[in-house]
Ligand binder design. Structure first.
Ligand code: IVH
Length: 671
């Protein structure tokens, strides 16, 4: 059966409209009016027609959620209005203080909107003329990551807004903010499958959502049933709202999903009741929440209250008490980390806390054990701090029956037997033997970990086997591994061995910050490594820096400065660095900051003749500038190559300076 093109176009448009409407009924209203089968038939018909008339395809068609090609990296997006965070409180008294401030400063009795505080990933969706243009993560609040391809796979996110009957007209520009989350059931199922496949498990639904959203391949995201709740707006053109409540009422009428559990709270008593009600409902909800949010309803009042540096003064997040459980300490054992620290760890009778099985909790050090009087065999209250890291809160002393055994820290390292040391005033006991297998294992694990050299597939077990077989001992040994070495390992097939070798090879292309972090210098976490890399730009300069120079850097205190200096002063460490570099590890040298484009924001559009986009981006970043993918009021320059498209139009509308390729080259200092 074939149709004439004009007829097909009409049918295609009709089908798209129907499908969008049924998506809205299903995902937003949770009230479908047709069966799944009827829906599938409409969808299949649309797909058929679009296949037949590819020229009629349009990116906002409901069939176009999947199929974007994998990316090399996620681009960046500058938010037109910063995405703020929320001030957290834990007590009713703090809520009263908040309410007092609001009353004092607005001279009025405020009404609030109460919303669940979703534990997912904050997101911004930009709809221009009703079509989804960009989706980005919050990032540092100013610049986020471009996750458009991934967000398009989320069924509850409309690719094109609808206008329900009686709804206000669609704004010409609508920036919507909300939280992307993975429902708890989907999280459990995902982890179950990962366990079966021998993959690492996600610690909680939030991490799973974040990991899914930041995939470079949207086809993987498409397999994770992410969902969304919208809770606010950013920049809006062509519509004005008077209150938060009006926003929450309008969004669903345009096809955007809002939680039915949001409520108006007329006064502080209603807020307290709402907090209690949601805390009670928490365990029954199909998604994770960790508190409730109260927002002053009236937007004019919000404007009077304004913002602190990073959070609005018109909103507050009232957290729930941490979830706790009671269990027994079966044993206390010592774990030796990469720095030689001996950490006592409680091995617990496995217990469920908010859907996660907890079987271990760090007891930190001897002082902590003594302070809480923790003994082997004790019945204890455990909780997940920030609902993630398990900790022992207290002992149920009345449950003691005389069989409990006090714990004493060993005088020798349980791994290598070396006598341990404890510095005056330091609560931590350390194994001083830098050749202790536990330290070596820890250093290697750290080196290959995700934020360090990111050698995929080289987990704890493989590292342990490599150590045992004597194949690696020092970091550079990793780069001398050969296929025969790997194939000889237990449970290592030819294919996995090759994958591992490939991962090792590709880890050589890295960044200076990652490399610094991977060395495992005491006190140097990922952030400090980033600070050092941006400051020095070149590894040699960092290695040669005096303690004084290091200390003069913003965010680098005396302890970090001392640790970094001591590390590079040691000949053995310098040799390791040299060997690693000799194995071909390389990173682009960055210009130290104080670049000529410091603080400026660029958008690149169209094709440049002599500048591949990646190179142009690198040149800007080297000089301290930023490259984002969407044009906003805060963009400083738009660089337009051939066929620039809508970004150029937008720049002109906003009066932003547009540079030609030649002008851009001049700005960079080329002749
Ligand atoms: S409003 C007012 N509403 O909490 C500006 N945020 O600490 C702040 N969040 O990054 C956003 N549920 O990821 C808002 N109902 C809710 C929220 C919510 C969860 C998250 C969001 C944000 C963080 C702020």
């Amino acid at each position: 059966m074939s149709m004439e093109k004009g007829q097909a176009q009409g049918r295609i448009e009709g089908l798209r409209e129907q499908i969008n409407y049924h998506n809205y009924r299903y995902y937003v209203l949770d009230a479908p009016v047709i069966s799944d089968q009827e829906y599938d038939e409409l969808f299949a018909e649309l797909q058929r027609l679009e296949e037949q008339y590819p020229e009629l395809l349009s990116p906002d068609s409901p069939t176009q959620r999947v199929g974007a090609p994998p990316r090399e990296e996620l681009g960046t997006v500058e938010h037109s209005l910063p995405m703020l965070s929320l001030h957290s409180i834990n007590e009713e008294a703090e809520l009263s203080n908040f309410h007092e401030t609001v009353r004092r400063e607005t001279g009025d009795q405020a009404t609030y909107v109460g919303e669940p505080k979703y534990d997912g990933v904050a997101i911004e969706l930009v709809y221009r003329d009703g079509v989804l243009e960009i989706a980005s993560t919050r990032g540092d609040g100013v610049v986020g990551e471009d996750v458009t391809d991934n967000v398009r796979t989320i069924k509850a996110v409309p690719l094109r807004l609808i206008r329900a009957e009686g709804a206000p007209p669609l704004p010409s520009l609508l920036e919507v903010r909300g939280e992307v989350y993975l429902p708890i059931a989907a999280f459990s199922e995902l982890n179950r499958r990962r366990e079966e496949a021998g993959e690492t498990l996600f610690a909680n639904p939030r991490n799973a959502a974040a990991g899914s959203l930041r995939q470079l391949d949207a086809n993987i995201t498409a397999q994770r049933p992410l969902d969304i709740f919208c809770y606010g707006v950013g920049w809006v053109e062509g519509h004005t709202f008077a209150s938060e409540w009006e926003i929450l009422q309008s969004l669903p009428q345009w096809g955007l999903r809002v939680d039915q559990r949001c409520q108006i709270c007329e006064d502080i008593e209603a807020c307290i009741a709402y907090h209690r009600q949601m805390a009670d409902a928490r365990d029954e909800l199909p998604y994770e929440i960790d508190g409730v949010v109260f927002k002053v309803n009236d937007l004019a009042m919000q404007a009077v209250l304004g913002e602190r540096s990073r959070s609005p003064r018109w909103a507050v997040a009232y957290k729930f008490a941490a979830r706790q459980a009671i269990t027994r300490i079966n044993e206390i054992f010592i774990s030796v980390g990469r720095t030689g620290a001996l950490t006592p760890v409680a091995s617990l009778e496995p217990v469920q806390i908010s859907g996660v099985t907890v079987s271990r909790a760090s007891l930190h050090n001897r002082r902590e054990i003594e302070r809480k009087d923790i003994r082997e065999g004790d019945t204890v209250v455990v909780q997940r701090a920030g609902d993630v890291i398990p900790q022992v809160v207290r002992v149920e002393i009345e449950k003691r029956d005389g069989t409990q055994k006090p714990f004493t820290m060993p005088g020798h390292c349980p791994v290598c037997g070396t006598e341990v040391l404890q510095q005056e005033g330091d609560p931590i006991v350390r194994c001083p033997n830098i050749d202790c297998p536990a330290q070596i294992q820890g250093r290697l694990e750290h080196f290959v970990s995700r934020n360090a050299m990111d050698i995929d597939g080289m987990g704890e077990k493989i590292v342990a086997q490599l150590l045992e077989e004597g194949l690696v001992r020092h970091l550079p040994d990793i780069y001398e591994l050969e296929k025969e070495d790997l194939v000889a390992l237990e449970r290592m097939a030819e294919k996995s061995a090759q994958n591992l070798l490939d991962a090792i090879e590709s880890s050589k292309q890295t960044t200076l910050a990652r490399f610094i972090y991977s060395l495992g210098i005491l006190q140097v976490g990922a952030h400090v490594a980033e600070v050092l890399a941006t400051h020095f730009g070149r590894l040699q300069d960092l290695m040669a820096a005096s303690e004084e120079t290091l200390q003069s850097i913003h965010e680098i205190g005396p302890e970090i400065a001392h640790s970094v200096h001591t590390f590079f002063a040691a000949k053995s460490n310098r040799r390791i660095v040299e060997e690693l570099l000799a194995h071909g590890i390389s990173f682009e040298e960055l210009q130290p900051t104080t670049g000529s484009l410091e603080g400026l924001s660029f958008v690149l559009t169209g094709a440049m003749e002599r500048f591949p986009r990646q190179e142009a981006t690198a040149e800007i970043q080297k000089r301290g500038g930023r490259v984002t993918s969407s044009v906003s009021k805060t963009t400083d320059y738009v660089v337009a190559g051939a066929d620039p498209g809508s970004k150029l139009t937008r720049a002109q509308e906003l009066g932003i300076t547009v540079l030609s390729e030649d002008e851009f080259r001049k700005l960079l200092g080329y002749s």
